[in-house]
Design a protein. Structure first.
Length: 276
C-alpha cells in the first residue's frame, strides 16, 4: 500500500508551499500538518481526521477525493465513507475550514450551553425555594404577632421612692376619707396609669414591695385581709376593685395612700401635700 501522505508532502515541497502558508489560510496548526505528512493520524482528533486531510490536500492542489479514499484504506475502511460516525465529517467538509480551535470549540460550546441550562434550572429552583421560605417565615411571624399579648409602652427608669420617714418629715395629710368597700371576696385591685409612677404595696401581712409602673401599663393585686398601696402621685391613675372603679380621689402630683380592708370592709384614702 503506497504511503500517500509522503506523496502529499513531496507534492507540497515540489510546489514550494510552506506549512506556515497552509496554517495561515486554514488555521490548522503546523503540528497537525506535520502529523498528516508523517502519517501520524493517531495523534489527530478522530472526528476531524478527514476534515484536516481534505483541507490540506486542497491547499497543495492534490485530488482531495482520491486522498480521502486512500486515507480510508489506510485506516481500514475499504468500503468508502467511514460509516455513520463520519457522516458529520462529510457534512463538515462542505464548509470552509477556518480555525482548528473553532472546531474544537464546537463540543466545548455544546457542553457549556448544557451546563448553562442546568445552572439556570438550579437557579430557578433555588429562587422558588427562597420565595417559599420567605412566605412561610412571614406567615409564622404574622401568626405570632397576632397571638402575642399587647404590650403597652413602658418606661422602667427608676423614680425616687417615698419612704415613711419622708412622709412624716416632708408631707402632711391634707385629706383622709373612708368609704365602705362594697366588693365581695375574692378581692383584686387593678392599678392602671397613663403616667409612669413609683409605688409601694403591702399585701396582707407580707413585707412591703417597691416597683415602678410604666406609663400605659397596669398591675393586678389579689389580697385576703388587706392591701395598702402608696403612690408617689395620682396623675392619670385609675384603680378598679373587682372590676369597679374607685373614683374617690383627684389627680395630683403629690403622694396618695390607698388602704383596703376586708375585715372592716373599708377603703381609706389619704392625700398628702408638702409641708409649708
Amino acid at each position: 500500500m503506497s504511503e500517500f501522505y509522503k506523496e502529499l508532502k513531496e507534492l507540497r515541497v515540489e510546489r514550494g508551499i510552506d506549512l506556515e502558508e497552509i496554517h495561515s489560510r486554514t488555521k490548522i496548526s503546523v503540528a497537525t500538518l506535520k502529523a498528516i505528512e508523517d502519517g501520524q493520524f493517531s495523534q489527530l482528533p478522530h472526528t476531524y481526521i478527514r476534515l484536516f486531510v481534505r483541507a490540506y490536500a486542497l491547499e497543495i492542489g492534490a485530488d482531495a477525493d482520491d486522498t480521502l479514499r486512500r486515507l480510508e484504506r489506510l485506516l481500514g475502511n475499504e468500503s468508502g465513507p467511514l460509516n455513520e460516525k463520519n457522516d458529520l465529517e462529510e457534512d463538515t467538509l462542505d464548509k470552509p475550514v477556518e480555525n482548528e480551535e473553532e472546531i474544537t470549540d464546537l463540543s466545548t460550546s455544546s457542553r457549556t450551553a448544557k451546563n448553562m441550562r442546568i445552572d439556570m434550572v438550579k437557579g430557578i429552583v433555588l429562587v422558588i425555594i427562597l420565595i417559599f421560605a420567605i412566605y412561610i417565615i412571614r406567615e409564622i411571624n404574622e401568626e405570632e404577632a397576632a397571638n402575642a399579648p399587647i404590650l403597652y409602652p413602658s418606661e422602667f427608669e427608676e423614680e425616687g421612692p417615698i419612704t415613711d420617714q419622708m412622709l412624716q418629715n416632708d408631707y402632711d395629710v391634707i385629706v383622709e376619707s373612708v368609704q365602705m368597700m362594697e366588693a365581695e371576696a375574692p378581692y383584686s385591685l387593678k392599678v392602671a396609669t397613663a403616667e409612669k409612677v413609683w409605688y409601694q404595696t403591702r399585701t396582707d401581712n407580707l413585707s412591703p414591695s417597691d416597683d415602678v409602673l410604666p406609663s400605659g401599663d397596669n398591675r393586678i393585686y389579689e389580697f385576703t385581709d388587706s392591701l395598702d398601696i402608696l403612690f408617689k402621685h395620682s396623675e392619670s391613675l385609675n384603680l378598679y376593685l373587682n372590676g369597679s372603679a374607685l373614683n374617690s380621689f383627684d389627680s395630683s402630683s403629690n403622694p396618695i395612700r390607698i388602704t383596703l380592708s376586708s375585715v372592716d370592709k373599708t377603703v381609706t384614702i389619704q392625700r398628702f401635700a408638702p409641708k409649708s
